[in-house]
Design a binder for this molecule. Structure first.
Ligand code: SF4
Ligand code: SF4
Length: 459
């Protein structure tokens, strides 16, 4: 993905707009007419406050302007001609985009649409302080590029194996000197062997469907075993799995969820090009944030005549792994896994895609697996894409709250469907001195189908 020219002081491939727009004229209205938050959607909010207890930032700070209702009020002010002030931007930035408020709202307010439109206005029209611009430039020059992320694997593995990580942790200096770097250090999972996926994996037994499979950026780089398990489960359930690993890049989720719409559109077009003539029935995703963005490709590319129709049709074929497995019905026999599991709802799976019942149904169908529920499942763990890197302190607080609730279940294994949640909760459990194995839903199903010993999951 290096279709953008190099910019002085930044790695090749970093878009020109990466350091943000020039400062707007003083007093200029917050929004221009390029997709401002829609006034009819803003007006749907009746200020009832039912969403407040589910909003992680309101739970943390109890500030009206850090609640969904408060943020909608700020959008209304922007639509009424108020300027985009640093304070307004801070309240917008603090939103995790977890969409718990969308689930909680009895009036059906489309906060997801509102925040996405607001964020792309902020990204185009607000000039952030230099330190923030540089941090964001670095984050977005790295995370949506699997090839660049892969270059980190070697040094990170050496850093972890050398004992340097423990030494740095013992000094306690990193969180004070560079909190964002400290957050990355504590989140990074143990780097294992790199996996290589083939172009295609044939269905076992009669073919029931042909599916494309997203490999993702963080998933592909840090959790290759999750992708391998996903492909095996799909094949065992009668799917021909088309992976095309060399043709896949980022799906654009990180970019679109952070207001970088043009960048997200570039990624989306490339993925549609790679798969829409490949003859697939479904496009399967095993990362919650990616799945929710992919299902919105129709909206993301609606203004592009060359792609609007193709993107909408592609989005219609997107399924979360568990969603598709339940839709198809299982044919592969399950073997017992004697283990107690706490299942964590990733926000972009539960709130953004409404996929809650399917993972539970699939886990319950594994013989001898006992499923436990986590208290306050609607509250985000604080991962939220790169929110935990950009906001390490509150993200840490949310992570610890979630880790406490997970440990209280007494489960041996935490299962979820998003790499960010896995890393965030595992890091918070470690900080609390807890000991808990973590796995993706696909790994549990794969272990059950292949009759693997449960210790494979608990290592
Ligand atoms: S998306 Fe999450 S953090 Fe943002 S306002 Fe809604 S509940 Fe709060
Ligand atoms: S977003 Fe929905 S739940 Fe929240 S205050 Fe507005 S109408 Fe009520």
């Amino acid at each position: 993905m290096s279709d953008v020219p190099a910019q002085r002081g930044l790695p090749h491939g970093v878009p020109r707009d990466v350091l943000g727009p020039v400062a707007p004229a003083p007093g200029e209205a917050a929004f221009d007419d390029d997709h401002p938050p829609r006034r009819d959607l803003v007006d749907d909010c009746v200020h009832c406050g039912f969403c407040l207890p589910t909003c992680p930032t309101y739970v943390l700070w109890g500030e009206e302007m850090d609640s969904p209702r408060g943020r909608i009020h700020l959008m209304k002010q922007g639509l009424d001609g108020e300027p985009l002030t640093p304070s307004m931007v801070a309240h917008v930035d603090r939103c995790l985009g977890c969409m718990a408020c969308v689930t909680a709202c009895p009036s059906g307010v489309r906060y997801d649409r509102l925040i996405e439109d607001t964020r792309q206005q902020v990204e185009r029209r607000h000039r952030r302080p230099r330190r923030e611009r540089v941090l964001r430039a670095a984050v977005f020059a790295l995370f949506p590029y699997p090839r660049r992320l892969r270059l980190l694997r070697g040094p990170l593995r050496a850093y972890q194996a050398s004992g340097l990580r423990r030494l740095v942790g013992r000094t306690g200096l990193l969180p004070r000197l560079a909190p964002q770097l400290a957050a990355l250090d504590s989140l990074a999972p143990r780097i294992g062997a790199a996996g290589r996926l083939p172009e295609r994996i044939a269905a076992r037994g009669p073919r029931r469907a042909t599916v494309g499979m997203l490999t993702g950026c963080v998933q592909h780089t840090f959790f290759p075993e999750v992708n391998a398990a996903t492909a095996r489960v799909l094949a065992a359930e009668g799917c021909d799995v088309l992976i095309l690993p060399e043709r896949q890049g980022c799906c654009g989720a990180l970019s679109v969820h952070n207001g970088r719409r043009a960048e997200a559109q570039r990624f989306a077009r490339a993925l549609v090009d790679a798969f829409d003539s490949a003859g697939i029935d479904y496009f399967v995703v095993n990362a919650a944030g990616c799945g929710s963005a992919l299902k919105e490709y129709g909206e993301l590319l609606a203004d592009d005549p060359a792609y609007a129709e193709r993107a909408a049709s592609f989005a219609g074929a997107v399924r979360d792994l568990c969603e598709l497995l339940v839709e198809l019905g299982s044919v592969a026999p399950r073997h017992p896994l004697p283990v107690t599991v706490a299942y964590h709802d990733a926000c972009h799976l539960a709130h953004a895609q409404g996929v809650r019942a399917q993972p539970r149904e699939l886990l319950r169908a594994v013989p001898r697996l006992a499923l436990r529920e986590i208290a306050d499942p609607e509250i985000c763990c604080g991962s939220a894409g790169v929110w935990n890197v950009l906001n390490p302190e509150p993200a840490g607080q949310l992570g610890e709250r979630k880790a406490h609730d997970v440990l209280a279940t007494g489960a041996e294994l935490l299962v979820t469907a998003n790499p960010g949640c896995l890393m965030q909760i595992a890091a918070a459990v470690r900080r609390q001195g807890g000991d808990l194995a973590v796995a993706h839903t696909a790994q549990v199903l794969d272990a059950s189908i292949r009759a693997r010993p449960v210790d494979d999951l608990l290592r």
